[in-house]
Each structure stands twice: as C-alpha cells, then as structure tokens.
Design a binder for this molecule. Structure first.
Ligand code: BTN
Length: 374
C-alpha cells in the first residue's frame, strides 16, 4: 500500500538507450518548433497546419493549392485531410476545385489555439496534440524518459487505451472529453508527490468554477484526486512517476475530464457525469483546457517556490471535499478492505481513518461511501 494512485516506476534504465531516446525527443521537438512534422506524428501536425490556415482566413475561401503548399503536398492529399477533419466534426465547406472555408471555429485542442492562451505558464511551449492515441499518459511517460522538458503537454481528441487508477481503463470518447497529460520535473522527494496530486485536483476544481461558478455547491473532491459532481465522477487524475528513493526524476499528471458527453456506456451511467449534463449546456474544451493548465501552473509554481504552500493545499483540499472528514467509508485496495470514518489528512496528505481497531493511515486505494443500515 504505497502508491496512492502514484504509480512508482523505479525502473533501472539503460543509459545508452536513454541517450538515443533523448536524441529522438530533441529531434521531434526541433521538427515541431520549425513547423515540420515530428516522427510518427505526420498526419496530426499536417491536420493542425490546415486548421490553423483555415482559422487565420476564417472569412475567406482558401484554395487547395495554398493549403497544399502549407503542408508541402498536393491537392488530393489536402482533400483527404479535409475529409478526415470533417470526420472529426469540423464544419468545412468546399472541395478541391473551389477551395475550402471554415464555417465555425472547431473546439479542437490544437497547440496553435492553446499556445497564446497559455503564455506566461510553463505549459505554453511544448504542446503536442493527437487526434487518436493509446494513452496520453503512456506517451508522456515515454517522452519524459526521452528527455521531454518540464511543462510538456500531451493532448488527445480520443484515447484507445486510456489508463485509469488501479487496473481501470478511462473511457475516452472522441472530442467530448479532455484527455491531457503533463510532464513535471519537481525537485521534491517522492514522499511529497501526493501533495502535488492533491493540488492537481484543486486545479481542476478551480478551472471548472472559473467557467461556471454555479457548480460550486455540487462540486466535490474525493481523496486522493477525483472530482465529483452530485456524487458522480466528472474528472479522474492519474499521477505516474519515475523516481529514485530520494529524488523524483519526472512525474506525469494525467487528467481526464468528462466535458460534453450526453450519455455514458451503461456500466458507467451510475458512476459518471459530464460538465454538460451537470450544467445543461455545452462547454468549450479549449476554454476549459486553458483554464485548467493556467490553474495547474499556479498550484505547481506555489508548491515549488513557496514554503508553506503544502499546508494550504491540504487545508483547501479538506475545505472543498466532503470526503476527508466524518464520512463512513470503505477503502478497497489489493488487500482486505478497510472500513471506518474519515478523520482528516495527515501532514503528507494521506487519509486518516477512525476504525474499530483505532486510527489508521490510508496510503492508497479506492474510497467508497459506506451506506450504514439503520
Ligand atoms: C482515474 O482512474 O480516476 C484516473 C483517470 C485518468 C485519465 C486520464 S485521461 C488523460 C490521461 N491519459 C490516460 O491514459 N489517463 C489519464
């Protein structure tokens, strides 16, 4: 019982493999910053450039030739990519002979759109966007091992193997949720990382309320870092780390937010909700992603720079959570389940539980409310 959803990866790495991996990340970053496509990322970056050009010329028709020049290809390739964008829900009129026009702004989490909104944060410079990926956390962990800098952001429209805490999967339907992973390289011992994970939950909480403060009475945090609305999960956070016993090499904070889903698979229906279902209207994923990353930047900066922030994180988490104090719960982990009444957080962020055999500290597991029969 050590992990608290923090998947420790104390793996011994082979330095020569690491060197090669570092070089390949450097090459990919260079290609992106020069507007070229990165290895294995070809289609994504060309789609992004077409969208950017259409957005910059939103009121006019852009010729197929101009778009083809932008991606150093031909008009039939542009047509193929436009069809792909339409398949992703983008409203583009026209065809190869007439040129193309964007009819409405797409709510896609493109680096070109997010970068200006994130100026001044650590997340503005290395944003990678995928239309479809296995898991942004897996991609970010791999990139971090290859030397991806602090603040690298990985966003996907759809995940085919979204990872949740424990052995759970994360339902990642296309372009309805936010699937976001960030690489951080905090100078903290591994024991401090739980506080950072709690801070990520606070960042999500703040971002949601920044956009719709009406949700404040129904928004809740469940230890260690689920965000709930009306008792149902609207956001899950998976923090994975690579560390030595006394030093964190890097961590990846993966955040999944249910934004515009109007239904869920039957098995999730009783457990999950979305911001759209809770608020009654559609949300801009771009606006929420920007608010989230700005708020995560603030929490992270404070934690790293200002001593004493840790206490404020624990206090704020307890303030916004109905779970950390006085709740009858059952904790399920690999071993025997633990039952009791929650009794606050200890100074490292672990959950304290009053049980029939005394006070216990919960290091990990899934917390569920225990219905006590009267
Ligand atoms: C949980 O089980 O509550 C955590 C879910 C975390 C899901 C997010 S979606 C973005 C990132 N990529 C993943 O594969 N998982 C995390």
């Amino acid at each position: 019982m050590v992990s608290c959803g923090l998947q420790h990866n104390l793996g011994i790495t082979n330095n020569s493999i690491n060197r090669d991996r570092k070089r390949s990340w450097a090459k990919a970053s260079l290609a992106i910053s020069q507007g070229r496509s990165a290895p294995n990322d070809d289609s994504d970056s060309r789609l992004g450039r077409i969208v950017r050009l259409l957005m910059e010329n939103a009121t006019v028709v852009v010729s197929g030739t101009k778009l083809a020049a932008e991606i150093s290809s031909n008009r039939s390739e542009v047509w193929r990519l436009i069809q792909q964008l339409r398949g992703l829900g983008m409203d583009v009129t026209g065809h190869p002979a007439t040129g193309y026009q964007l009819r409405s702004m797409p709510d896609l989490l493109l680096p070109e759109v997010l970068k200006p909104l994130l100026r001044g944060t650590i997340f503005a410079e290395h944003i990678r966007h995928f239309y479809k990926i296995g898991s942004t956390n897996a991609e970010a962990m791999q990139a971090a091992a290859e030397g991806a800098p602090e603040g690298s952001v990985f966003l996907a429209e759809e995940q085919t193997a979204g990872r949740g805490r424990g052995a759970n999967a994360w339902h990642s339907q296309r372009s309805t949720g936010i699937y976001c992973s960030v690489v951080l390289r905090p100078r903290l011992p591994p024991s401090e990382i739980l506080v950072l994970a709690l801070a990520a939950g606070l960042a999500v909480h703040a971002a949601i309320l920044e956009i719709d403060s009406r949700l404040s009475s129904s928004l809740d945090l469940k230890w260690p870092n689920d965000v709930l609305i009306g008792g149902k999960k609207v956001c899950g956070i998976l923090t994975e780390m690579n560390a030595e016993p006394t030093r964190v090499r890097y961590i990846v904070v993966g955040i999944g937010i249910n934004v515009n889903q109007s239904t869920f698979p039957a098995e999730l229906e009783p457990l999950a909700t979305s911001l759209r279902l809770a608020s009654g209207s559609e949300w801009s994923r771009v606006e929420l992603t920007a608010a989230l990353l700005k708020s995560l930047h603030r929490e992270y900066e404070q934690l790293i720079v200002q001593p004493g922030t840790r206490d404020s994180i624990l206090l704020r988490f307890a303030k916004y959570s109905s779970w950390v104090q006085g709740k009858e719960v059952r904790i399920e982990d690999n071993g025997a389940p633990l039952e009791g009444i929650t009794a606050g957080l200890d100074e490292r962020g672990f959950l304290r539980l009053r049980t029939t055999s005394g006070m216990q500290t919960v290091l990990s597991g899934t917390v569920r409310e225990r219905k006590v029969s009267s």
